[in-house]
Design a protein around this ligand. Structure first.
Ligand code: SAH
Length: 490
C-alpha cells in the first residue's frame, strides 16, 4: 500500500525475476528497486490527475508481453483482489490461455489503519469489518454493464462492525451524511488516514458528524481510507509513528535506481518524502573473463565496479580467491561493503572518498602492476598517479553509465522538492541531460545538496550553486549534512 517494507517475500522474489513489470500510480518507486536492470518497467497508471491507460490496453500489453515469452509482473498497490481489478485481469489472462499466479498483498484499508494505530477488529469493540468502495463506479467492469451501483446505505449503517471505505475521501461529507441519515450514530468515532504507511502519512480523527469538516480543513486528499467505528477512537492511544527529523520535507534522489535504495531508505526512515528521479542507468560492458593473477594491486571505485568485476571473474570460472595475491583498494565505504559481500576485506580504504584520497592512502604501498577497474568515463587521477610512481597500470572499463530519461511527473516533482541530492558528477551531468538544457528551473526553495567538492565543482560549472556540501563524501555524510541544514532552517 505504500511502505515498500510491506511487500511480501513472494512479491520481492517475482519482482527480482521479472522481464517486464507493469505498475500503477500508487506503486512507490522503491518497490521497483529490486527489479533487474534490464527489466522493462511500464507505467500503466494515471499521470497526475490525467487519463489512465485504459484497462483494455493494459491487459492487451500484459498478454502481448507474456506471449513473447517474458516473465511478466503486474504490480498493484495493496492487494490485487481488493478494489484492484485483479480479478478482471486474471480473467483476461485465462481467456488468452496464459498461466498466472496471484500474490496477495497487504491491503491499504488494514495497513493504513494499523499505521495510524487503529485495529480494524478489536475484542469488545468490533467483531466484523467491511471493506467498502466509496466510489462504486470505479468498481464497475470496464464494459460497464448496467448503471452505477449505488451503495446500500441502510445495510452499511446497520453493519455490526468497522466500515473501511476506499476511494471515498472526495465524497466524505456525502458518505458521512448518508450513513447518519440511514441510522448510524452521528457520534460514532471516525478517522481518515491519508497516504497511509508512507513517511508523510497524516491522520485526522473525529466523529461521523465532524470528520468531513476536519478532513476538509486539513485538506486531506487521495489516497486515503476512511474508518468508521468505535475502533477509530483507539488511534489516540495506539498511534506510533512519531515526529521525524525530516518529516514533511521532500527530497529528490537522482542516482541510479539500482543504487538509490540505501539513500532513499535512510531518508524515508527520517520522515522525508523521497522523489525518485533516477537519471543514470548502469550497464555492465561485455568483455573477456578476467584473470587478476598478474596484479599486486586492484583498485575499485564503486559498488557497480565490484559487481562487474566479480562477473568477469566468474566468466572465467574464478571467484574471490583469484584476488588472494593482490592488495585490494576501495574508494568509499559503499565499495568496501560491496567487496565484503564477496568475502573480500579491502586492504586500503582512504579517509577521503575521492581518487585523490586513494592516491594518498597508497603512498606507502609498494605497487608494481595495478589494475584500476572502473566506469568507462572516469577521471584519470589514480592511474596517472600510480604510473608516475613507476607502476604498470591497466585500466579496465567494466561498466558504463548512460542517461535514463526522466518522466515528466518525476521531473516536475524533482523541481518542486525541498532538496535535490547529487551523489556524483555524473548525476549532475545526466540530470542536466535529462532536463535538456541548463540551468534547470528549480522552485526557488529547492536546496541543492552535493556529496563533495568534485560534485560541487561540476554543479558550479553548470551554473548551479550547491547550498549544502557533505563533509564526509558518502551517503551517510550526505544525509548528515542534509539533516543539519533542515534542522538549522527549522
Ligand atoms: N488494491 C488496493 C486498493 C486500490 S483502490 C489495496 O488493496 O489497498 C485505491 C484506494 O485505495 C485509494 O483510493 C485509497 O482509498 C486506498 N489506498 C491505497 N493506498 C493507500 C494509502 N497508502 N493510504 C490510504 N489509502 C490508500
Amino acid at each position: 500500500p505504500g511502505d515498500p517494507g510491506l511487500l511480501t517475500a513472494r512479491a520481492l522474489e517475482l519482482i527480482a525475476a521479472a522481464d517486464v513489470i507493469l505498475y500503477d500510480r500508487l506503486i512507490g518507486a522503491m518497490a521497483l528497486d529490486g527489479a533487474r536492470p534490464e527489466a522493462e518497467l511500464l507505467f500503466v497508471g494515471k499521470e497526475g490527475g490525467g487519463e489512465s491507460v485504459p484497462q483494455e490496453e493494459t491487459q492487451a500489453l500484459m498478454i502481448a508481453r507474456a506471449q513473447e515469452g517474458n516473465a511478466v509482473v503486474r504490480l498493484k498497490g495493496g492487494d490485487p483482489f481488493v478494489f484492484g481489478r485483479g480479478g478482471e485481469e486474471a480473467l483476461a489472462l485465462r481467456a488468452a490461455g496464459i498461466s498466472y499466479e496471484i500474490v496477495p498483498g497487504v491491503t491499504a484499508g488494514v495497513a493504513a489503519a494499523a499505521y495510524a494505530g487503529i485495529p480494524v477488529t478489536h475484542r469488545g469493540l468490533a467483531g466484523a469489518v467491511a471493506l467498502v468502495t466509496g466510489h462504486p463506479r470505479a468498481d464497475t467492469p470496464p464494459d460497464g454493464e448496467g448503471e452505477e451501483a449505488a451503495l446500500d446505505w441502510p445495510a452499511l449503517a446497520a453493519f455490526p462492525g468497522t466500515l473501511v471505505l476506499y476511494m471515498g475521501v472526495r465524497r466524505l461529507s456525502g458518505i458521512a451524511a448518508s450513513l447518519i441519515a440511514a441510522g448510524r450514530s452521528a457520534s460514532e468515532p471516525a478517522a481518515v488516514v491519508e497516504r497511509g504507511t508512507l513517511p508523510d502519512q497524516r491522520v485526522v480523527t473525529g466523529t461521523l458528524q465532524t470528520i468531513a469538516e476536519t478532513a476538509g480543513r486539513e485538506a486531506i486528499q487521495a489516497p486515503s481510507i476512511i474508518v468508521v467505528g468505535a475502533v477509530a477512537a483507539l488511534a489516540g492511544q495506539l498511534s506510533w509513528l512519531g515526529e521525524k527529523v525530516l518529516g514533511g520535507r521532500t527530497v529528490a534522489v537522482t542516482r541510479a535506481r539500482a543504487q538509490a535504495s540505501a539513500l532513499s531508505r535512510r531518508l524515508e526512515a527520517l520522515g522525508a518524502r523521497v522523489v525518485q528521479a533516477p537519471v543514470i542507468r548502469v550497464r555492465a560492458l561485455p568483455g573477456p573473463p578476467l584473470d587478476p593473477a598478474p596484479y599486486d594491486l586492484v583498485c575499485l571505485s564503486s559498488p557497480n565496479g565490484v559487481a562487474a568485476l566479480f562477473e568477469r571473474l566468474a566468466a572465467g570460472g574464478r571467484d574471490a580467491r583469484a584476488l588472494a595475491g593482490a592488495r585490494v583498494a576501495a574508494i568509499g565505504p559503499g565499495t568496501a561493503r560491496a567487496l565484503a559481500e564477496h568475502g573480500i576485506v579491502a586492504d586500503v580504504v582512504p579517509e577521503r572518498f575521492v581518487a585523490e584520497g586513494l592516491v594518498e592512502a597508497l603512498a606507502d604501498v609498494p605497487v608494481s602492476r595495478a589494475l584500476v577497474a572502473r566506469a568507462s568515463q572516469a577521471r584519470d587521477v589514480l592511474p596517472d598517479a600510480l604510473r608516475k610512481r613507476g607502476a604498470e597500470v591497466d585500466v579496465l572499463a567494466l561498466y558504463e553509465t548512460t542517461v535514463e530519461p526522466l518522466s515528466a511527473p518525476a521531473l516536475a516533482a524533482a523541481r518542486q522538492a525541498d532538496y535535490i541530492t547529487f551523489t556524483s558528477s555524473s548525476t549532475v551531468r545526466f540530470f542536466l541531460q535529462a532536463v535538456q538544457g541548463s540551468p534547470p528551473e528549480f522552485s526557488r526553495a529547492t536546496r541543492i545538496v552535493s556529496i563533495g567538492p568534485v560534485t560541487s565543482q561540476t554543479l558550479r560549472e553548470n551554473g548551479l550553486e550547491p547550498h549544502v556540501e557533505a563533509e564526509r563524501h558518502d551517503v551517510g555524510g550526505l544525509v548528515d549534512a542534509l539533516i543539519a541544514d533542515a534542522t538549522a532552517r527549522g
